[in-house]
Ligand binder design. Sequence first.
Ligand code: GGG
Length: 372
Amino acid sequence: MPDRRMYRIAAIPADGVGKEVIAAGRRVLDAMADQAGGSTEGAFGLEWSEFPWGSEYYAEHGRMMAPDGLALLRDFDAIYFGAVGWENVPDHVSLWGLRLNITQNFDQWANVRPVTFLPGIESPLRKADRLPLDWVVVRENSEGEYAGLGGRNLSGRGPGNEVAVQTALFTEKGCERIIRFAFDLARTREVSKVSSVTKSNAQQYGSVLWDDVFKRVAADYPEVQTESVLVDAMSAKFVLQPEDLSVVVASNLFADILSDLGSALAGSLGLAASANLNPERRFPSMFEPVHGSAPDIAGRGISNPVGAILSAALMLDHLGQPTAARNLETAVETVTAAGIRTRDVGGTAGTDEVAAAVIEALKLASAPLEPA
Ligand code: GGG
């Protein structure tokens, strides 16, 4: 029997529903590892380390993660992240202190956010009933509007006189690497098309540089269809012509907003998965549901674990277990099709019930796994 491939995973559930959905995702992954461990091929094991960072940690330590947190994470094979944000910490402090601290310092410059329409889930789009819809938002994840450049000044002049500058940073290298990533991804998809999103009529420097790079890179991929669309028009297109989309690439802020719109169109933010990738693999990549900490439902056992479970599938892909990843996606589809759904998507099931149903579906339908 081949050696079992072991993966070291850092879990950071962080805040609110992040704790519930990461616990659910871990249960599913452990069940898969147990299953795979019993087979002669594709055996893998998961060695977890959980870190208690987040807003509760902040209340005790005055910071969102340990001072040597990045060094502690550095050698893991992947990071499985929940959600960040709670009322005791200003949102910009919690986001920059944890999630962005990791994505920026580990150069996780490609944020892949599939928009997946699952069976048994009602979409607010009528078109979804008769057309197969499936696209991926590729978010530039290292610069743009999230460069963190700027400052607040002149508050000393008295009320009403303060000014703030928030500068977006677009580098040619940053634009090129994410645009190439989008084209490479498009080549692997049934419809080879990349839609680039900017606001170059108003943002005459950063967006126009992005558009120029897009045109230059597109010339290297003559077989891939392309379009350049303004972000306002793309918002409308998500609703009115989603069948025309395959890979949508955009800056940090635009893609963040568009991917939330995409998840809502697919039925719920609770369903959406994401991968924050360092494609060169110099640092661990991080996998997390798109949704935030949802304080309104946290702690009640009713949050939707599907986004976290599908993020685990993206993690398995990244770890070199594509068959396990496909099995997990199929199991989720079986469960949603069977009507086992949380309240955000019209069901009555709890977080744990959905996770348990996915584990059952995996037992029934697993394809053989990869050799180790
Ligand atoms: N799991 C994703 C998450 O926790 N998001 C919190 C959030 O506020 N994110 C904003 C952003 O990353 O742009």
